[in-house]
Design a protein around this ligand. Structure first.
Ligand code: PEP
Ligand code: MN
Length: 287
């Protein structure tokens, strides 16, 4: 039966719908209508939202020019990491506070609200002008961070952990909501499987499953899910077709020179083409 899962502890089959019953704030049963998160003039969870920008803020010139380009090509939000959760401590770690300043100023200049990843609850003050706080895949079960962004009341983009199932994903969202913050956007970004050809395996079935289980909006990140720019467009289109509320796409003006994740970055022309096709899918299926 759909939505049955084996709980690891007792291997007893249990319906996740029942598990996430009325007492859970994230559960569809506790809130029948879709949650819509309003940021400026944008409504996430109503229509289709496009978040785009570089993996990392690299310098002023890069983020200011990219912000304007993203706006002109159809993005609703500008992304850019300043605190990067890199696997190796010797890789580029981001520009930190300076990077956050550059991002918020570039967003304001281009007329785009901004999204950036927070790694440490002690940095919340630095993120005061960031419109959406991103909690990355590696921190999906960092419970003190979840509680802190929950207390902040700012919109939170919560990414699915690379080794986390849907129940764990929803319970992490519950941590945020239990602190009184209902402004949560879930983000499917792929999970680790035995497949090595792609960076992760994009679990697109989580979209219709989550739509059934929760009232929260859910977007897809086809960039980290696949790891290769040529795979970003087909997966972004598939995300739109299966009912996602938006996508988050990494874009760089010169992907070969990117300080982080260049292989998966689209250039602005590729991004523009993808946005045009997403609009066609949405028109054909949902209007
Ligand atoms: C990111 O979006 O910058 C990022 C690091 O992604 P993830 O947490 O999904 O790996
Ligand atoms: Mn990245």
């Amino acid at each position: 039966m759909l939505y049955e899962l084996n709980r690891q502890n007792d291997m007893k089959k249990e319906s996740i719908g029942k598990f996430l019953g009325r007492e859970f704030l994230v559960s569809r049963e506790s809130h029948i209508d879709d949650t819509v998160i309003t940021v400026g003039e944008h409504h996430i969870g109503e229509g289709f939202s496009i978040i785009a920008g570089p993996c990392s803020v690299e310098n002023e010139e890069q983020i200011f020019s990219l912000a304007k380009i993203m706006k002109s090509k159809g993005a609703d939000f500008l992304r850019g990491g300043a605190y990067k959760p890199r696997t190796s401590p010797y890789d580029f770690q981001g520009l930190g506070e300076k990077g956050i300043k550059m991002l918020t100023e570039a967003g304001r200049n281009a007329g785009l609200p901004v999204v950036s990843e927070i790694l440490d609850p002690r940095d919340l003050e630095i993120f005061k002008d960031v419109d959406i706080l991103q909690v990355g895949a590696r921190n999906m079960q960092n419970f003190p961070l979840l509680r802190a962004v929950g207390k902040s009341k700012k919109p939170v983009l919560l990414k699915r952990g690379q080794g986390s199932d849907i129940r764990e994903f929803l319970l992490s969202a519950e941590y945020i909501m239990a602190e009184g913050n209902p402004n949560i956007i879930l983000c499917e970004r792929g999970i680790k499987t035995f497949e090595t050809v792609t960076r992760s395996t994009l679990d697109l079935s989580s979209i219709p499953v989550l739509k059934k289980l929760t009232h929260l909006p859910i977007i897809v990140d086809p960039s980290h899910a696949t790891g290769y720019s040529e795979l970003v467009e087909p997966m972004a289109l598939a995300a739109a077709a299966c009912g996602a509320d938006g996508v988050m796409i990494e874009v760089h003006t010169n992907p070969k020179l990117a300080l982080c994740d260049g292989e998966q970055a689209q250039n602005p022309e590729e991004f523009e083409e993808t946005v045009i096709k997403i609009k066609k899918i949405n028109r054909a299926l949902f209007e």
